[in-house]
Design a protein around this ligand. Structure first.
Ligand code: MN
Ligand code: MN
Length: 313
């Protein structure tokens, strides 16, 4: 890596600059995660959790890299509050809070699980221990399948089951899921963890008698721009397309963030559904455990150096 860097002018300092931004994003993400962990309560509106997290990220000098995910019980991932969400955290719930922060496109992705039911605390512990075990063995050059096996073994040691179709992932600038995946179950792969790369590791855990896979729910509250060109003649549609491109680029966003930024609500709503039907915008389905069993999650983002790794969150 160093030898390669020397071939390019300034590339070493350039990489250092990038690392600084990753570390800044990571610090903000970790701080907000610990704050919200203490603040969430049974009965709290989900939209309050989302807006508190996103607001704190902005206060601390970062930007949300994706809408705050608040996934309750059998919901594993990708739930964020739609506008005027009336839902609240139910009693005895197990709640995953997944936070993304970016500084100039450099992303930190981290998650924690808050548990209001003593019977699911073991599952939260297993997710945290599996993440810790993975971080302890990950280093440049190690095979991804080794990291995945470590996660599965740790989860099963506590008597639980990994979710087999949710994975950790490589992170790129302005791209959350870039390149390689890090599955939470043992699998055959020749892929290796590479130095100079950034990865999110995120074990998802469910009960041993669950199916252990997630399926799409019909609900979709997180969106992303996938096409950007000026074939649009209508002013409202063009304005909305510009707004999304300028503010979120290729990062996921919530409909709540459009209302924040645009004034004429009715016009934007028409333009928004038009852009979805013309496939300028894609949407992410909410993921639920297929047997409706509760799910726990833990997640950190790591920067892989030449010899060792830095947990940035
Ligand atoms: Mn995440
Ligand atoms: Mn992630």
């Amino acid at each position: 890596m160093n030898a390669l860097n020397k071939l390019f002018n300034n590339s070493e300092s350039f990489q250092e600059e990038n690392l600084k931004k990753y570390i800044q994003a990571g610090k903000i993400a970790a701080k907000v995660r610990e704050e919200i962990k203490r603040a969430v309560k049974e009965g709290m509106p989900l939209i309050e959790v989302c807006e508190t997290v996103e607001g704190r990220i902005r206060d601390l000098g970062g930007k949300p890299a994706f809408p705050c995910n608040v996934s309750v019980n059998e919901v594993a991932a990708h739930y964020t509050s739609p506008p005027n969400d009336g839902r609240r955290i139910p009693e005895k719930a197990i709640v995953k809070i997944d936070i993304g922060v970016h500084v100039d496109g450099y992303i930190a992705d981290t998650a924690t699980t808050v548990c209001f039911s003593p019977e699911y605390e073991g599952m939260v512990y297993a997710a945290e221990k599996a993440l810790e075990a993975a971080i302890n063995i990950v280093r440049p050059g190690i095979s991804i399948s080794k990291v995945s096996s470590e996660i599965q073994v740790a989860i099963e040691r506590y008597g639980f089951k990994p979710i087999s179709n949710l994975t950790g992932h490589q992170i790129g600038r302005y791209i959350i899921h870039a390149g390689k995946s890090i599955p939470n179950i043992s699998h055959f792969s020749l892929e290796k963890i590479a130095s100079g790369c950034v990865y999110a590791i995120e074990p998802f855990v469910t009960l041993n008698d669950a199916i252990g896979i997630v399926k799409d729910s019909p609900e979709r509250y997180i969106f992303r721009l996938v096409k950007y060109k000026f074939a649009q003649k209508q002013t409202e549609i063009r304005n909305l397309l510009n707004f999304i491109n300028e503010n979120f680029k290729t990062l996921p966003f919530a409909e709540r963030w459009l209302i924040r930024g645009l004034r004429r609500e009715e016009a934007y709503k028409r333009a928004f559904s038009e852009l979805i039907s013309q496939k300028y915008i894609m949407s992410y389905p909410v993921f639920i455990e297929a047997s409706l069993k509760p799910v726990a999650q833990a997640e950190h983002t790591i920067f892989v150096g030449d010899k060792d790794i830095i947990v940035i969150t």
